[in-house]
Write a protein that binds this ligand. Structure first.
Ligand code: HEM
Length: 131
């Protein structure tokens, strides 16, 4: 499978960008009161993209023989991913007020940008190392 490493990594990164953009768009639509942001078609599109990107991530772990719990930058990415999913669900539906949804949306986007920096730097300090 190692011969497909560049392609699998590229798929992982493109799906990450697609997933993040879709979340950013849906979050904005929710804040603007556009109910179709939660339309089943968009929800299923989001689930499909996320499943595919996680599958690619698992394949990368196998190819590179990485244990995410023993690799600090990956462990940070996983903790932030859990936080991102929780914040995302508050931003899109769970928060009771527009202010709450806005705050959760902002924090989720920040979380995403931080995860991206950590991944690019291969270091928990992410963008700070790249700067
Ligand atoms: C279960 C979740 C995830 C796992 C297990 C995972 C795992 C990995 C692995 C093993 C690599 C390859 C690293 C290498 O080539 O040395 C990678 C690359 C990458 N991941 Fe993830 N990832 C996950 C989620 C995410 C998320 C949520 C983001 C961003 C928001 C992200 C962004 C990236 C980026 C940008 C790269 C390319 C890094 C580079 O340029 O070398 N990943 N990921």
């Amino acid at each position: 499978m190692i011969e497909f490493y560049p392609q699998i990594k590229s798929v992982h990164v493109w799906l990450i960008l697609l997933s993040g953009s879709l979340f950013a768009l849906r979050g904005l639509l929710v804040l603007l009161g556009q109910r179709w942001a939660m339309h089943a078609a968009l929800r299923y599109l989001s689930y499909s993209i996320d499943s595919a990107l996680l599958t690619a991530a698992m394949m990368l772990l196998v190819i590179l023989k990485l244990n995410p719990f023993l690799t600090p930058w990956l462990a940070c990415k996983l903790v932030l991913l859990v936080l991102y999913v929780v914040l995302g669900s508050f931003a899109l539906k769970r928060a009771a007020t527009v202010r709450g949804r806005g705050l959760a949306y902002f924090a989720a986007v920040l979380c995403f940008v931080t995860m991206y920096g950590i991944a690019r730097a291969h270091h928990p300090l992410g963008w700070l190392v790249l700067a």
